[in-house]
Ligand binder design. Structure first.
Ligand code: SF4
Ligand code: SF4
Length: 442
């Protein structure tokens, strides 16, 4: 299979935006645009980063990763594959590079979903997603980064949320959610805003405040039924962390904003909402940092599963009707955050008819929208990636795809209409907490 995906490339962020971002995290290499910087920085990373060294030394070129990488399966372009990305990194290190190497690196490392499916199939456990992240960081230091990702990082660092929604808009949305839950379910929600409480709820601004408002209703209804005193911060209202895709310094800066708010609001617990990559950062970076201050962190789906198991809430499957709900594991949950069984347990308890897109969760297929692929100019490539899971959902007779991840929901929102048209279907999507909300008996 031969293919060429070189035409799909992120638009570059303007220099003033990169300059602003660099300034926040103490990077001053904006004009180091040459091949030499790419090579010397990768050589330094090779010496200091054991995972990168092992990836480049242990690959035996067996090709097992090619059989699972959604980017390669969808495009047939060997450059857009785990093996291609490793080969390119080796070429940069060895100096066997053409004049277009910087452009090639930008194109192909940003076509990677960082979904880590390759690492699951590789006999050596090589995680090419992490190799992509290392090279992207170097390119960013050189001033080369996607406009879309850079803009989201800027919003998260300056306003505190993905979309840059101002506090008064956030308050209106939260109050509307509270009112609708009262009318629809008769539950009196007592949510504090920017006030101290026992727990801080961390929804995902890009979906829960917009395309997936019923997920938000699920959070607040559950916490109210459990009698948990909780607050939402308008300064840090978002679990999203696009620093993960751009540069570790930005990942930490965005995460620290959440930690600062948790401390300022004197909470004892921070509750993550439905977001795959956000949970990956939350579990692996934020929770250990919170514990330094005696604060715990958890996911709303752990709380929900526990509440069902212990009979703390009552749910009725019939309230979700006879539709077929097909669960899609967010890739960052299964290969970055160990959140696998609870969502499936919840689904089995809140609907009558369900199936899974991935019979083997470890090999969960990425939605094709993570890692910056939601950029408008990447839509055509991302729809190629999306066909892999869509076709499986159709085979399972899905009426709804259930996906507890904000980026996946944005991806569904844009690609499902196009895919439904191509395949003549009418598949819809929703979050998992939407189903919990509907099934909740009050
Ligand atoms: S599966 Fe692993 S060892 Fe085999 S080609 Fe891919 S990265 Fe290399
Ligand atoms: S992380 Fe995902 S998209 Fe990137 S090379 Fe591996 S399998 Fe392919």
């Amino acid at each position: 299979m031969m293919g060429d995906s070189s035409v799909y490339r992120h638009n570059y962020a303007p220099e003033e935006l990169i300059e602003r971002l660099h300034g926040r995290v103490g990077i001053n290499t904006l004009h180091a645009r040459g091949i030499d910087y790419l090579r010397s920085s990768l050589a330094r990373a090779y010496r200091e980063n054991r995972n990168l060294r092992l990836a480049l030394e242990l690959c035996v070129r067996c090709g097992a990763c090619l059989t699972v990488c959604p980017a390669y399966i969808s495009t047939g372009d060997i450059n857009n594959s785990p093996l291609g990305r490793l080969t390119l990194a080796q070429a940069i290190l060895s100096g066997e590079m053409g004049a277009d190497v910087v452009e090639r690196a930008y194109t192909y490392y940003w076509q990677c979903l960082t979904c880590r499916r390759c690492s699951w199939a590789c006999p050596m456990g090589i995680d090419v997603g992490d190799v992509s992240r290392v090279v992207r960081s170097i390119l960013y230091e050189m001033g080369l980064a996607p406009n879309y990702v850079s803009g989201v990082v800027d919003n998260l660092e300056s306003v505190g949320n993905f979309l840059g929604l101002p506090p008064d808009v956030l308050k209106i949305i939260i109050n509307n959610v509270v009112n609708e839950v009262r009318v629809e379910k008769g539950i009196e929600v007592r949510v504090k805003i920017d006030e101290p409480a026992y727990a801080l709820l961390l929804p995902s601004a890009c979906a829960d405040y917009t395309v997936s408002i019923n997920t938000f209703k699920g959070y607040v209804a559950l916490l109210s039924k459990l009698g948990i005193d909780f607050t939402i911060s308008t300064r840090a209202p978002d679990i999203t962390n696009y620093g993960l895709f751009l540069h570790e310094r930005h990942m930490k800066l965005i995460a620290e904003r959440v930690i600062d708010e948790a401390r300022r609001l004197e909470v004892k617990l921070v509750i993550a909402g439905e977001c795959g990559h956000g949970w990956r950062v939350f579990k692996n970076y934020i929770i250990p940092r919170l514990r330094e201050y005696g604060i715990e962190g958890t996911h709303i789906l752990y709380l929900t599963a526990d509440a069902i198991r212990r009979g703390l809430i009552k749910v009725d499957k019939s309230l979700n009707g006879d539709a077929t709900y097909v669960y899609m594991d967010p890739c960052h949950y299964v290969r970055g955050g160990d959140l696998i069984h609870e969502p499936r347990f919840i689904l089995a308890n809140v609907v009558r008819n369900y199936a899974y897109i991935n019979e083997e969760p470890g090999l969960a297929i990425c939605c094709g929208g993570t890692s910056g692929m939601l950029a408008k100019e990447m839509e055509d490539l991302s729809i190629k990636y999306a066909r892999l899971w869509y076709e499986r959902a159709v085979i399972k007779n899905a009426d709804y795809i259930v996906v507890p991840c904000a980026a996946c929901k944005l991806q569904m929102d844009r690609v499902l209409p196009r895919l439904n048209k191509i395949y003549g279907k009418n598949v819809a999507f929703m979050g998992l907490m939407d189903l919990v909300y509907r099934a909740l008996i009050t």
